[in-house]
Design a binder for this molecule. Structure first.
Ligand code: NDP
Length: 296
């Protein structure tokens, strides 16, 4: 029997778990605040940002949204970040990626005050995580950690394969998996577009995290019987639906489900966890910036 890993359910538990912390902050006169900054006309980015704002509203976080023209000078974005860094009502700042080509993405990541960097992408926060004393873990890998823990997936001594080496998913996921206990201690292989034998690596994997952005790259015949399969991919593929497309993961669900012991669906797996962990990091950020204890 394959177990379906329900990201919506675990995300709801994470969100419920924030209530006490938010209440403690409010009792001390602080409403946690998350600023989202959008500098893009991309409909997917617009959707992601509006979902994040809605999530804030639902749990009692103050959502602040700043929208800049996609062709505005880059300085406008840098100045916006400076203003948000200085605003005491803003505890977390998220600049929706990708930013336009004329903007220096690395400068954006460095410009955000590390204590307000709830994405965990500032080099200081990346360094802290790698060194084993993370301030904010990046939302998607942290959400995957929570999913694996919720479903009692043993990482200790497991063979794990991460497909993808991006700064936002693959690299931090790998890093979490190789940390020492309480979570980690997995023997971890990272595959990417230059990997010669993806199937060969997957064949030995007890845990697979697929984050390549390639629709249905991982198929059931590549997997080890009983493996835990986490599908990060969100890919739009043309389909005869009302919208003209459908969302598919990086894993071919039907064939993988036959072989996997536990598997995440798309949608309803990793996506809700990413959103929940952003709220988690924002509450943590508000606690750190006000010295109000928030028990997370
Ligand atoms: P990137 O495009 O930044 O990185 C993709 C990675 O996959 C790269 O390292 C690339 O290798 C590797 N790759 C590409 N093709 C192959 C292949 N054929 N075999 C093995 N590796 C390959 O993507 P992201 O990490 O940002 O996102 C990955 C997917 O996850 C996307 O579908 C994205 O939409 C989704 N996503 C979902 C989230 C969620 O909350 N569910 C959050 C974030 C992302 P190389 O480095 O050599 O180019």
């Amino acid at each position: 029997m394959t177990t379906l890993i329900d990201g919506n359910e675990v995300a709801a538990e994470i969100r419920d778990g924030l209530a006490d912390g938010i209440e403690s902050l409010k009792a001390e006169g602080t409403t946690p605040g998350l600023a989202t900054v959008l500098m893009s006309d991309d409909p997917a980015s617009e959707t992601y940002v509006s979902m994040k704002q809605r999530d804030c509203e639902e749990v009692g976080i103050n959502g602040i949204h700043v929208e800049l023209d996609a062709d505005a000078p880059a300085e406008e974005l840098y100045d916006t970040i400076d203003d948000l860094n200085a605003d005491p009502e803003v505890h977390g700042i998220l600049v929706q990626m990708p930013v336009p080509d004329h903007v220096d993405k690395r400068r954006v990541l460095r410009a955000i005050d590390p204590v307000k960097d709830v994405d965990g992408f500032h080099p200081e926060n990346v360094g802290r995580m790698v060194a084993g004393h993370a301030r904010y873990k990046p939302c998607t890998p942290h959400g995957i950690q929570k999913l694996l823990e919720a479903y009692d997936v043993e990482t200790e001594g497991a063979e794990a394969v991460v497909v993808g080496r991006s700064d936002i998913v693959g690299k931090p996921m790998t890093n979490l998996l190789i940390q020492k206990a309480p979570f980690g201690n997995a023997t971890t292989t990272v595959c990417h577009s230059r990997t010669k034998d993806l199937a060969g690596h997957l064949a030995d994997a007890d845990i697979v995290v697929a984050a390549a952005g390639v629709p249905e790259l991982v198929t059931g015949d590549m997997l080890k019987e009983g493996a835990t399969v986490v599908d990060v991919g969100i890919n739009r593929v043309d389909a005869a639906t009302e919208k003209g497309y459908e969302l598919v993961g990086d894993v071919e669900f039907e064939s993988a489900e036959e072989v996997a012991g536990k598997i995440t669906p798309v949608p309803g797996g990793v996506g809700p966890m990413t959103r929940a962990m952003l709220l988690y990091n924002t509450v943590k950020a508000a606690g750190l910036q006000t010295d109000v204890p928030v028990d997370l």
